[in-house]
Design a binder for this molecule. Structure first.
Ligand SMILES: Nc1nc2c(ncn2[C@@H]2O[C@H](COP(=O)(O)OP(=O)(O)O)[C@@H](O)[C@H]2O)c(=O)[nH]1
Ligand SMILES: [Mg+2]
Length: 577
């Protein structure tokens, strides 16, 4: 699941970079934030799985200049956090180990992933994907053994650059201290974040900073309104903080406030909360992915439609066409081969030796046999059908691009089809040759069946062997096998036509009809499977994967289905990570 969320996030990020529609941009940015939160929260789950008693994490969050760093120092009873009158001064998550050592936190580097742990004084101004861990050497009367995190703000102009650090720290936190000043408590950004993280159900404290005496009740009431507007859980305790002139910082009112807060931490809820977080967002996260799938479905339907038409014309113009169908005639030529007609048997036997199956041998004699394929009407027709299929498809794509509101998608498919056209056609031609060669075995089988049948009728066999028409047809067949004529010439050769009707009217006429029908059925099945389904359809379906992943999500229905199964299994208590 974690991998899927990461993939989805990456795709959102690249699609966003190409997006022109402003309203979508805002929605996409929001989803990316939620995906970062989910990804980090799943990682936290893995961390807790591995180390259920890993150090407690407390995050101090809030808008710029609210006094977060100042409060961190107050809580640590120290001056380790950097305070500044400049907005956006804290740019990296900075953890302070209180009552524990930095080495107790070695697994945090795994949690932070691509964020690098760097000593606090070396945190670079031009890089945001890092964090620090610093030992608090002072003894704090206010804090339990924990890592206390000072975080960057989430509302200043540059905050988009370091937002991910804030989100990752919040997802890691067992409890949250929200710091707001009287100037900043009403900012939308504060309440957007508080709404987003409700699902993490972290015990929370709100610190109301920079207060002047007497204003706290009014502000606390207003805070409560804001909270209840975005969250359904209980309004947390509000700690008013007053600036202490002599100390030069606010004073923390009560020693065990934070101890009370961390008593409410319940790490056992993690799997359930992860599940809720995923469920809450799933539909909206996957909305553009599913929209692509629906377009993909339309594409599949178009492909099916034109391929069906292609296969129909193969049947109409070849299999069922009285003048074009040549495969059975070919079988008859093979039959003549088996009949050992006096005067011709020698020539036929010679060519026959060269032509004996299996295909391996045929390949070794190479060109001799291939001429039959090359001159085949069937192959020519199949290639024409393939071209026609692609032309029809291109027309349909243009039509979709005109009619549809997702015209960009269809246009891109049009371009893809245009650039891939030659490859698809040459692949098709190659498979057609291969099919044709492979199908010769069926042709020979049919000839064998007819020959065996004739052997049951010695009289018929004999008269056939000695008939003039047979000799003429056999002579044609031998020219065919030696490469003098193409199979189609054989089909229309008068001797062959006479032989065919002679056979059709003979005692085994209906048997011959049956063999022909069965041969055609197998032929249709072979063409459908190897050329239309395995060949053309696969190449056309594969086009979707070539759509640019910068503009499209390109998450396949199979990938999505797999993720949705994992989501379901999580709900049933199986944690597939
Ligand atoms: N007047 C007054 N100033 C404060 C108080 N707390 C912090 N400041 C000042 O506000 C500025 C921003 O504080 P800082 O802790 O860096 O804010 P952060 O951006 O939230 O980390 C600094 O100049 C602090 O000295 C307070 O309670 N009263
Ligand atoms: Mg700060």
């Amino acid at each position: 699941m974690l991998e899927f969320i990461q993939l989805l996030k990456q795709r959102y990020q690249s699609v966003l970079s190409q997006l022109s529609d402003e309203s979508n941009k805002t929605a996409y940015r929001h989803r990316i934030d939620d995906l970062i939160l989910a990804e980090a929260f799943l990682r936290k789950g893995q961390l807790l799985n591995k180390l259920p008693n890993s150090p407690l994490q407390l995050a101090v969050v809030g808008p710029t200049q609210a006094g977060k760093s100042t409060l961190v120092n107050v809580l640590l009873n120290s001056t380790v956090a950097s305070v500044s009158p400049l907005a956006g001064y804290t740019m990296h998550p900075q953890g302070f180990c209180n009552g524990i050592t930095i080495s107790d936190c070695s697994d945090l580097q795994w949690y932070f992933g691509r964020f690098q742990q760097i000593p606090q004084e070396q945190l670079p101004k031009d890089r945001h994907d890092c964090y620090s861990l610093t030992q608090n050497t002072q003894n704090s009367p206010f804090l339990p053994d924990s890592v206390l995190w000072d975080t960057p703000d989430f509302d200043s102009i540059d905050s988009s650059n370091y937002r991910e650090g804030v989100i990752r720290t919040i997802a890691l936190a067992d409890a949250v201290v929200l710091v707001v000043s009287k100037e900043k408590y009403a900012d939308q950004s504060v309440w957007d974040i508080m709404a987003d993280i409700e699902v993490l159900q972290q015990p929370t404290l709100i610190c109301l900073n920079k207060l002047s005496e007497g204003s706290e009740t009014l502000l606390a009431n207003s805070l409560k309104d804001k909270w209840q507007h975005v969250r359904k859980d209980e309004f947390p305790p509000v700690i008013p903080l007053y600036y202490h002139k002599e100390l030069g910082k606010p004073q923390w009112p009560e020693n065990n406030l934070l101890l009370k807060l961390v008593n409410q931490v319940n790490r056992k809820k993690q799997p359930r909360l992860e599940q809720e977080l995923l469920q809450n967002h799933w539909q909206s996260w996957l909305e553009p992915v599913k929209a692509e799938h629906s377009l993909l479905n339309d594409w599949h339907e178009l492909v099916e439609q034109v391929l069906k038409q292609g296969l129909d014309s193969y049947q109409r113009d070849y299999l069922n066409h009285p003048h074009h169908y040549e495969t059975f005639q070919h079988a008859l030529a093979e039959l003549l081969n088996l009949l050992e007609i006096p005067g011709i048997a020698g020539i036929l036997a010679k060519t026959r030796r060269m032509l004996t199956w299996p295909i391996r041998k045929m390949k070794s004699i190479g060109k001799k046999r291939l001429h039959i394929t090359d001159s085949s009407q069937e192959i020519t027709l199949l290639k024409q059908i393939a071209e026609h299929v692609l032309i029809q498809l291109a027309d349909k794509l243009l039509l979709q691009a005109e009619l549809n509101r997702n015209s960009q998608w269809w246009k891109e498919f049009s371009t893809l089809l245009r650039t891939q056209r030659a490859t698809i056609l040459s692949d098709f031609a190659l498979s057609a040759q291969q099919y044709h060669l492979a199908f010769q075995e069926e042709v020979e089988n049919s000839a064998n069946r007819l020959y065996l049948k004739l052997q049951e009728q010695p009289l018929l066999l004999n008269s056939l062997r000695t008939a003039r028409v047979t000799t003429d047809a056999a002579a044609m067949a031998s020219i065919l096998f030696m490469g003098g004529i193409g199979i189609h010439d054989l089909v229309i050769a008068p001797a062959m036509l006479t032989l065919t009707s002679w056979l059709a009217e003979s005692a085994i006429g209906s048997y011959i009809g049956r063999v022909e029908t069965e041969l055609k059925q197998r032929q249709l099945a072979a063409v459908k499977q190897s050329l239309f389904n395995d060949g053309m359809k696969k190449s056309l379906m594969a086009l979707a994967a070539q759509l640019s992943s910068v503009t499209y999500f390109n998450i396949s229905p199979e990938q999505l289905a797999q993720a949705e199964t994992q989501l379901k299994e999580r709900r049933h208590g199986l944690r597939l990570l």
